[in-house]
Design a protein around this ligand. Sequence first.
Ligand code: ATP
Length: 220
Amino acid sequence: MCGFNSFLLRLPVLKKAKTILFGGSFDPIHNGHLRVARDVFCQLNAGQLIFVPVRRSPHKTDSPVDGKHRVQMIRQATQNDPSFSVSECELNRPAPSYTLDTINFFREQLGEGTDLHWLIGADQLNDFDKWYKVSELLDACRVTVMYRAGYPKPEFNRFMGVLRADQVEKLARDVVQTPLIDISSTQIRLELANGQFPSDLLPQAVIEYIRLHNLYGFTG
Ligand code: ATP
């Protein structure tokens, strides 16, 4: 997935293993999620990437499609990526799903020898300082911010005074410059409900799944 050069870079095992945790609604998972996930996985030279579908985000008001379907769509979309998997840990906990609880869960599972990266798009920065126990979260893992089409380049000076200076510096150091893929689940849900067939936005297997289970009002 990462090409020959990256493969060579991956050989030495001197550094800490890296696990990328990619949380979100994935309602549904789309080609934007997949492109940036593969890009970050290669740039970080990570060992694994785990999708973590949220039960109910503290930051969103709409209820997502049932977690079982979202997990299955992620499985369909990542079936050819052996380093990608999906965790149901947030779906198995009562809502709302706090990221810090998820990081603590994975820390216990994977131990101190693993660098945990919590991956977010730049759109998530709007209210990032209001996240549940954000300071504790920043000390417990590496929050890795990606670029996102339609949003400004990640910039953290506005958090000075709210977060500790070393936390702001850590955020800035961990930014990953990902390709700008202008796709959102909102746009896809709208297109599906209007009977459009967003074949360039979703993996074929996900479209088939949506059709089979009549999700999002899709009747195509
Ligand atoms: P919605 O439109 O329903 O809000 P979304 O497309 O933003 O959904 P989510 O599942 O909410 O998708 O996103 C999960 C994570 O992936 C978030 O951190 C978000 O910033 C990031 N993300 C989603 N789409 C993209 C994209 N096209 N490029 C970069 N990051 C993305």
